[in-house]
Write a new protein. Structure first.
Length: 151
């Protein structure tokens, strides 16, 4: 990674990002930036990395809940249109189908994540799970942008 030329502050930022955003364990962060696990533990404690990580995960959960609420509202609208003698629009049907697919992928990710062994996590498994979550989040962002719902 070429960390020998990086300052302590730069290594801190890299390690914090790996821990908070990428959900890497402290040992992996230490090895990646070339510091001791003790240094990472100190940085994590001083920088409240655990709190930041929890906030990130809480935000992700709230986003998924909001998307589920949005899909339920769209299904309700489409159902109302049908029961009122009309038909849901193609846009409604497309959007519902797209988000249903994304929600299914996210549920599969969460299920796989919850079933992963909690003792010595293997980095390839965690990386694959993180990649699946990132892909689902990318799909959500892309779909929201296509629908003009992204601010």
């Amino acid at each position: 990674m070429g960390n020998e030329a990086k300052s302590k502050a730069e290594l801190y930022v890299i390690a914090e990002g790996m821990y908070v955003q990428d959900l890497k364990d402290q040992e992996t962060c230490a090895a990646a930036v070339g510091v001791t696990a003790r240094t990472i533990r100190t940085w994590a404690k001083e920088g409240n990395w655990e709190g930041k990580r929890k906030s990130r995960l809480d935000r992700d959960t709230k986003t998924r809940e909001k998307i589920a609420d949005l899909v339920h509202a769209m299904v309700d609208d489409a159902t109302r249109a049908y029961t009122d003698g009309g038909a849901p629009s193609q846009a409604q049907l497309y959007t519902i189908a797209k988000f249903a697919d994304i929600m299914g992928k996210m549920q599969r990710y969460e299920k796989a994540e919850s079933e992963m062994p909690r003792q010595p996590d293997t980095e390839p498994d965690k990386a694959a799970a993180a990649d699946r979550l990132e892909a689902a989040n990318d799909e959500i962002t892309k779909t929201l942008a296509q629908l003009g719902l992204l601010r």
